[in-house]
Design a protein around this ligand. Structure first.
Ligand code: GSH
Length: 219
């Protein structure tokens, strides 16, 4: 299998399946394409976006579908919780991440290399931040007893929310205690650290994903 991703500094959608595959040490080749060269991505893939998982003649072009395929192909990874009601909630919060939080996406692009002191969010983006904290508190309190992740053990829901943790880190978003602890667990994860090292080693700037605000380099 091969996972085709975009620039690690910027590509939130790529981070999700990469994190899941790398956390579980799956034998998957990774190919990186530049988000500055969209025409190359469009030429190669009908829908023109990354990530894409290639398994023989099969192409899967959506991050959630890739995560589910990996979890089904490698059942030991147990991407979704085993218990039916926890699984339904994990799917709900993952789907909400997949389809919502437009203000957050627009105002807080992921930029793993940079910290933006004093960056102010709109009320709409703050509402997205509030909702995400509500989700994290709910999952941690109700399902997170057996470990530091949203449903105890690392799963698809954590892969879906990891890029948000990176956005909050860059923008120094103030969070409640449970959310701070969850963000710390994500940032301390060795696989997340590996992503950050690889993102920091990229020199390429993607102007479309940069914001016009003074920044400090993050290590
Ligand atoms: N719904 C897709 C979104 C993928 C996506 O928007 N990828 C971005 C990179 S992070 C991209 O390829 N953008 C290129 C473009 O929009 O032309 C998924 O879940 O994978």
């Amino acid at each position: 299998m091969k996972l085709v991703i975009g620039n690690q500094n910027y590509s939130t959608w790529s981070m999700r399946p990469w994190l899941f595959a790398s956390y579980h040490d799956l034998d998957i080749e990774v190919e990186k394409l530049s988000l500055n060269n969209l025409s190359a991505i469009q030429k190669r893939f009908a829908h023109g976006k990354v990530p894409v998982l290639i398994d023989g003649s099969l192409e899967i072009w959506d991050s959630m579908a890739i995560l589910e395929y990996l979890s089904e192909t490698y059942p030991d990874t147990r991407g979704w919780p085993q218990e039916a009601s926890a699984r339904a909630v994990a799917r709900s919060v993952s789907a909400e991440m997949h389809s919502s939080f437009q203000a957050l996406r627009a105002e807080l692009p992921m930029n793993c290399r940079k910290y933006f002191p004093g960056y102010r969010l709109s009320n709409t983006a703050m509402e997205d931040v509030r909702r995400i904290q509500q989700i994290w508190n709910f999952c941690r309190e109700k399902y997170g007893g057996s470990g530091p992740w949203l449903f105890g053990r690392f799963g698809i829901a954590d892969s879906m929310y990891a890029p948000v943790v990176m956005r909050f880190r860059s923008m120094d978003v103030k969070l409640d205690r449970v959310s701070q602890e969850y963000c710390l667990a994500v940032r301390e994860c060795e696989t997340v650290k590996k992503w950050l090292v690889e993102a920091s080693s990229e020199a390429e700037i993607v102007d479309a994903d940069e914001i016009d605000h003074p920044s400090v380099a993050l290590s």
